[in-house]
Design a protein around this ligand. Structure first.
Ligand SMILES: [Zn+2]
Ligand SMILES: [Zn+2]
Length: 147
């Protein structure tokens, strides 16, 4: 007997509310336009940490938002098969993932991989961004397995 193919779902929107500050607002504003951007230090050229007020390499606060391709690789992931809270009952299995973003200097984003057969997931798999527009105006970057 073969087991059914399980496809990864997404957690419900109700589980988080967005609070931004001057260091994260440009990221979320670009996301609303379905553009993935990354903070870059204009003093030393390094890719910065998302949300950090200083460049970790040269301590400058100078920042520019560089467009990324939206492609990346699966750096790490886990599969959540059992709902830990009632709000997650219809959302399993889901796949929290760490995605290394192309063009972001080795920096990574914590997100979810959605719509993927669980047995197709591999560390190092090519993924690409898939935008999810929430009813409250927040747009979240999720990832799908690249073709
Ligand atoms: Zn710098
Ligand atoms: Zn860095």
């Amino acid at each position: 007997m073969t087991e059914p193919v399980l496809v990864s779902k997404a957690p419900p929107d109700s589980l988080f509310e967005l609070a931004t500050d001057q260091w994260t607002e440009p990221y979320w504003q670009a996301a609303r336009e379905h553009r993935l951007v990354w903070p870059t230090c204009t003093a030393c050229g390094a890719a910065r940490e998302l949300g950090a007020p200083f460049c970790h390499h040269c301590l400058s606060q100078d920042i520019a938002w560089k467009p990324l391709s939206g492609r990346g690789t699966l750096y790490s992931y886990t599969v959540v098969r059992f709902p830990l809270i009632e709000a997650m009952n219809d959302c399993v299995p889901y796949v929290p993932a760490v995605v290394e973003l192309e063009g972001a200097g080795g920096h990574r984003l914590i997100s979810n991989v959605v719509g993927a057969p669980l047995d197709a997931l591999r560390v190092g798999a090519a993924v690409e961004v898939s935008w999810h527009d929430r009813a409250d105006g927040v747009t979240v970057a999720r990832f799908v397995l690249a073709e």
